[in-house]
Ligand binder design. Structure first.
Ligand SMILES: Cc1cc2nc3c(=O)[nH]c(=O)nc-3n(C[C@H](O)[C@H](O)[C@H](O)COP(=O)(O)OP(=O)(O)OC[C@H]3O[C@@H](n4cnc5c(N)ncnc54)[C@H](O)[C@@H]3O)c2cc1C
Length: 424
């Protein structure tokens, strides 16, 4: 339970969004002696960091779950200091299947090599400064190329290879080692809300920065402040979820356009306790044809010993399934499992969920990926307007972009800029 302090009537800063970026910025601003109010459209804090326990009776991370690059990730310390249980998931085993049978060690080796080859090809192009679609640099005819592409494209970036920038990939920080949290990473992020004034169920419609200060119009009334920080996703900005007076400068609109949202749909599937030959916290993947878009649902089995697996479906195929709805998504995930593991899957299946990040008007996708050929756009998006409308969020997380700690860092960085401006 978080304690809600009273809402300031005319705060120095209004922050739009109570995700990692908004919470990180608020804490930094309050530490600097400024009054803040976060306005959040949803009925909970955390945004795309969300652990829910209602459906299966145990924690399920519907958004972020890995503390990746955990040696340098701020959430490792935050989680440890607050007593959460971290499990090192860096060396997780992979159960690889080929047409319904377990792969041989030689096949597993070839599969792992395919992943390395794809990564190598991307790095080689990025290192030379080439900012081109990943699909143009990949080796051809490799065994397991379809699966290797699925991992790095739809599962990682939420994008198919045509839409991944080689340079942006090269500039992204290493994501190993990697920890997962038994209580849920969303629960860790939510603890950052402690002591921050947050107005939930308050959707921002308009930000007017034409006069002195800013005027933020919400579903619960208008708030005036000296400055505001916008932390909503580029998906929300692109869809016109918030209007600005005056309109956002063309450069800013272009930056939003050049950081479209990727999609990762999570598909948690509850079973009756049967383990189906899969181990705890293990990856299950399988050989797939090299098609575009990629059609795959790779999964983690029995995280922390809980009785569910969670499937991951990403990229263009994820958008397609999301339009069809959660039943179609769960059905696809089950079919894919059944093809590899047999009829025991249906026998022991209890119920399934599919996340709605694609159709949710507060996200419009999972996380942003840079359009190939637009290097530098993250900085353009983060540039403040008129020294009173600031921007932060995962899309502006530098080498940690798309990640939850990238969002936190970007919020803290924006707060620092604001503290300088507010001093004047
Ligand atoms: C399926 C999935 C898996 C992921 N896996 C990982 C992972 O394993 N590791 C990792 O590091 N990262 C992962 N991420 C990414 C990570 O969750 C995000 O990068 C991070 O949580 C984004 O934080 P943010 O503050 O930038 O945005 P958000 O969390 O989206 O915060 C913005 C807030 O603004 C609110 N909002 C939107 N519109 C309005 C409005 N008009 N008025 C008021 N409020 C509004 C939203 O409700 C939201 O709460 C994953 C994300 C998803 C979706």
């Amino acid at each position: 339970m978080t304690t809600q302090p009273p809402f300031p009537s005319n705060p120095d800063v209004v922050i739009i969004g109570a995700g990692a970026a908004g919470l990180g910025a608020a804490r930094r601003l309050m530490k600097g002696g400024h009054s803040v109010l976060i306005v959040e459209a949803a009925n909970r804090v955390g945004g795309r960091a969300w652990t829910q326990s209602d459906s299966f009776g145990v924690p399920v991370d519907m958004g972020c779950s890995w503390i990746s690059g955990s040696n340098k990730n701020k959430f490792t310390k935050i989680a440890r200091n607050r007593g959460f249980s971290l499990v090192d998931h860096t060396e997780a085993d992979t159960a690889l299947f080929i047409e319904g049978r377990k792969a041989t060690p030689a096949e597993l080796y070839a599969y792992e090599r395919a992943g390395e080859q794809v990564e190598k090809a991307m790095n080689k192009a990025g290192k030379k400064g080439h900012d081109v679609p990943g699909s143009t640099v990949l080796p051809k005819g490799l065994p397991f190329l379809g699966a290797a592409k699925a991992w790095m494209g739809p599962m990682d970036y939420g994008m198919d290879f045509e839409d991944i920038s080689t340079l942006d990939d090269y500039l992204s920080a290493n994501d190993q080692p990697s920890y997962i949290v038994a209580e849920g990473l969303g629960t860790v992020v939510a603890t950052l809300a402690e002591g921050i004034p947050i107005a939930l169920n308050s959707k921002v419609h308009r930000v007017d920065y034409s006069g002195s200060g800013v005027s933020v119009e919400t579903s619960k009334g208008t708030i005036r402040a000296r400055a505001c920080l916008v932390t909503v996703s580029t998906g929300v900005l692109a869809a016109g979820g918030i209007s600005f007076i005056p309109e956002l400068p063309v450069e800013k609109q272009q930056a939003v356009h050049d950081l479209p949202m990727g999609l990762l749909v999570k598909v948690p599937l509850l079973f009756d306790g049967a383990r189906l030959g899969l181990k705890e916290n293990e990856w299950m993947s399988y050989d797939i044809p090299d098609t575009s878009p990629t059609r795959a649902c790779f999964l983690i089995s029995w995280p922390f010993g809980y009785d569910y697996v969670f499937g991951n479906i990403g990229g263009a195929f994820g958008w397609e399934l999301s339009r069809e709805g959660p039943d179609a998504t769960v059905a696809f995930a089950l079919e894919e499992m059944e093809k590899q593991l047999g009829s025991a899957v249906r026998k022991h299946f209890v119920k399934g969920l599919a996340t709605d990040w694609a159709t949710n008007p507060l996200t419009h996708g999972a996380y942003a990926a840079i359009r190939p050929g637009t290097h530098g756009v993250r900085k353009k998006l983060a540039r403040p307007i008129a020294e009173k409308v600031f921007f932060a969020g995962e899309a502006m997380g530098g080498s940690r972009s798309a990640l939850v700690d990238g969002a936190l860092n970007s919020g803290r960085k924006a707060a620092k800029k604001m503290i300088k401006v507010l001093k004047v």
